[in-house]
Design a protein around this ligand. Structure first.
Ligand code: CTP
Ligand code: MG
Length: 226
């Protein structure tokens, strides 16, 4: 089975809105529903676990049709990592197989394409772990917040996107063994297990809505697509 975990449990503190960013409506549809619809309509996806804070379940249920048996709602945690772990524990108790493919996606990336989803699934079939990436445009340097400590070779730097996709047993074990690690994505968890992670090319439209400029960009892209 190919299972998507879609994360919508954050509070969006870097955006100027009282409502968490994933619930902001753009073109009469909340941001989280864009990725839910894309995964739900993709014929390779068998199940979706949507992770959100319980107090937002009533809002979510307004958009998710009762007949969409494919989708389960799971309560989110205080960090992204905890939200992922809650979804993995839910799956563990609900008929998952070790070899099932788990695609972990940020609902804050609404413009995920079928190509990226399909490429993740085929890479994971061969390599057990993969990450969607894009090349970076800026030159990146390390800093101690006062001065530059080193610069990095841009040709070797990639920016990670989601989905990040793993066989269930691999990602479940990585989360269990590294409970206390402070990380911002699942690739970092799996690297702690010394596993290789294959690259899948993403695209710039699969950006993460993080700040007000990203929200304006999303509004503009969707308006132009209408
Ligand atoms: N996320 C989650 N549970 C959390 C924190 C984050 O499911 N406790 C999800 C977010 O909803 C988002 C994704 O992880 O879709 C990526 O996180 P990020 O962009 O950092 O979102 P927020 O944490 O909501 O935003 P911020 O860091 O600006 O507060
Ligand atoms: Mg965050």
């Amino acid at each position: 089975m190919n299972i998507a975990i879609i994360l919508a449990g954050g509070s969006g503190t870097r955006i100027n809105s009282s409502l968490p960013k994933q619930y902001i409506e753009v073109n009469n549809k909340p941001i989280f529903m864009y990725s839910v619809d894309t995964f739900n309509n993709n014929s390779l996806i068998d199940r979706i676990i949507l992770v959100a804070k319980e107090n937002y379940f009533p809002i979510i249920r307004k958009y998710i049709k009762e007949d969409s048996k494919k989708i389960s709602l799971v309560n989110g945690g205080n960090t992204r990592q905890e939200s992922v772990r809650n979804a993995l524990e839910f799956l563990k108790c609900n008929k998952v197989n070790d070899e099932d493919i788990i695609l972990i996606h940020d609902s804050a990336r609404p413009l995920i394409s079928d190509k990226i989803i399909n490429d993740n699934i085929s890479a994971c079939l061969s390599y057990d772990a993969c990450v969607t990436y894009v090349n970076v445009n800026d030159t990146i340097f390390m800093s101690d917040d006062i001065k530059v400590s080193s610069s990095l070779d841009r040709s070797k730097i990639k920016a990670s996107q989601t989905p990040q996709t793993f066989k269930f047993n691999l990602i479940y074990e990585a989360h269990n063994k590294n409970h206390d690690a402070i990380v911002t994505d699942d690739v970092q968890m799996v690297l702690m297990q010394n596993k290789e992670i294959h690259l899948v090319e993403g695209d710039i439209y699969n950006f993460k809505v993080t700040n007000d400029l990203d929200l304006a960009l999303l509004q503009s892209i969707l308006k132009n697509n209408q």
